[in-house]
Design a protein around this ligand. Structure first.
Ligand code: C2E
Ligand code: SIN
Ligand code: SIN
Ligand code: FE
Length: 393
């Protein structure tokens, strides 16, 4: 390719880059787009974007391991990326394995062999280092000064978008975390392993939603909103909520009001997730055959989100120990739910539960392990530090 054509090609790629990064507001997808485009523009085999986590003193990056994507973290000073982040200067290396700053840690994990590396710092609006742009293994020869200039330009273009997306990401995460913590408050009084039930029923709701053919976004929304289904229980007196025996008829009538209380707490929220949570709170005890509460809605008149959460909630309630009952086995719980297919539950949802039962069991076990780890961490955590890192990837 002639010099002129090459310049024209770069021009096209650059404007495409500018357009693409302006359309994505989610940090993780933004990083994926950036890595892919930069790799192309610089004719490199790989591009990694490392971001600084100032709070933890770490750099993190997303890597692809086969079909899976993982978040990898390393101490700020380590590796070539760490060097660039610390010093704020660019680095161009012809033979990575002979450079003492290179640690091979990532290569060992990914099974990749790095030869040439070009790394430049990503700087934020105030000039602070946000992260590091790294391209690896140029297709021919090693990276040139011109490549370095180009990577700096791309870095400058990307930086403000990355900064905005990080802010949005933080906001979104604290929103999700607050929702989850609200749900914990509601369950704290009547259940010992609060976190466990919420995580499991939320995970199960998400699985059932996507099995029902709902979009990724819709399934995620259900996953995040479902833990609030019983938020109205905070308004139920202890003598009822914590009664170790069967409730009297009057007590049960009061108990049923947790659906109404919950929706009163959530109704007309501005947040899309909280509005969905309100819908789930009011309708998660409706029965498909119209015998449920509080309104006795029937069939399709019950929002699909609530029909899904209802199955997830009861399944998990059955396999959990409660003040008033012991834990059932997974098989008994499934059999019980199947026996009420088309009665209490939407048959279509029950069918999906049966179809993905292996996945469900695996997911529930994973959530149990996660809760156990979290409890252990909580016990040993010095005060004032955040425990709950956002569930990434
Ligand atoms: P929960 O404990 O979270 O249970 C949610 C739903 O799971 C129940 O809705 C019910 O459909 C199902 N479920 C839970 N345990 C069993 C069980 O042992 N057998 C059967 N067949 N289904 C079960 P439900 O019945 O409308 O109850 C709503 C909430 O009222 C319960 O939430 C719980 O907090 C409370 N509750 C219900 N029955 C009793 C009781 O006898 N004693 C006490 N202390 N609370 C109860
Ligand atoms: C890097 O900074 O390029 C990766 C870390 C290393 O293995 O040196
Ligand atoms: C999200 O989409 O994950 C949170 C947005 C919201 O409902 O505020
Ligand atoms: Fe409930």
């Amino acid at each position: 390719m002639g010099r002129r054509q090459e310049l024209e090609k770069r021009q096209t790629l650059l404007s495409r880059f500018g357009r693409l990064i302006a359309t994505e507001s989610r940090l993780e997808s933004l990083l994926t787009i950036i890595a892919e485009e930069v790799r192309n523009i610089l004719d490199a085999d790989r591009c990694s974007v490392f971001l600084v986590d100032a709070y933890k003193g770490e750099l993190w990056t997303k890597i692809a391991l086969g079909m899976e994507e993982k978040i990898l973290r390393m101490p700020l000073g380590q590796g070539i990326a760490g060097f660039v982040a610390r010093t704020g200067s660019a680095v161009n290396i012809r033979e990575a394995y002979r450079d003492t700053r290179f640690t091979q840690d990532l290569d060992r994990i990914t099974g990749y062999q790095t030869r040439t590396v070009l790394a430049v710092p990503l700087k934020g609006r105030d000039g602070q280092v946000l992260g590091v742009f790294e391209v690896l293994n140029k297709s021919k020869g090693s990276f040139t000064d011109e490549d370095e200039g180009l990577l700096r330009v791309l870095g400058t273009m990307a930086a403000s978008f990355i900064e905005n997306a990080s802010l949005y990401d933080d906001l979104r995460r604290s929103h999700l975390e607050t929702i989850y913590r609200m749900a914990l408050v509601a369950e704290f009084r009547d259940q010992k392993d609060t976190g466990k039930h919420l995580r499991r029923m939320s995970r199960l709701s998400g699985i059932l939603a996507s099995a029902m053919g709902m979009s990724y976004q819709e399934s995620e929304d259900i996953r995040y909103a479902s833990p609030l289904h019983d938020i109205g229980k905070v308004a139920i007196p202890d003598v009822i909520l914590r009664k170790p025996e069967k409730l009297s008829v009057e007590e049960y009538e009061e108990m049923k009001r947790h659906t109404i209380y919950g929706s009163q707490m959530l109704i007309n929220a501005e947040s899309r997730l909280l509005r969905l949570a309100a819908l789930i709170a009011i309708a998660h005890h409706e029965s498909y055959d119209g015998t449920g509460y509080p309104y006795g809605l029937k069939g399709e008149a019950i929002p699909i989100e609530a029909r899904i959460v209802s199955v997830a909630d009861v399944f998990d309630a059955l396999i959990s120990k409660r003040v008033y009952k012991g834990a059932w086995t997974l098989e008994d719980a499934l059999a019980h739910i199947k026996s009420l297919s088309g009665k209490q539950f939407d048959g279509a949802v029950v069918e999906r539960l049966e179809q993905c039962f292996d996945d469900v069991v695996a997911a529930l076990e994973e959530e149990d392990r996660r809760s156990a780890v979290e409890e252990a961490v909580l016990l040993f955590q010095p005060t004032g530090q955040s425990v709950n890192r956002p569930a990434q990837a």
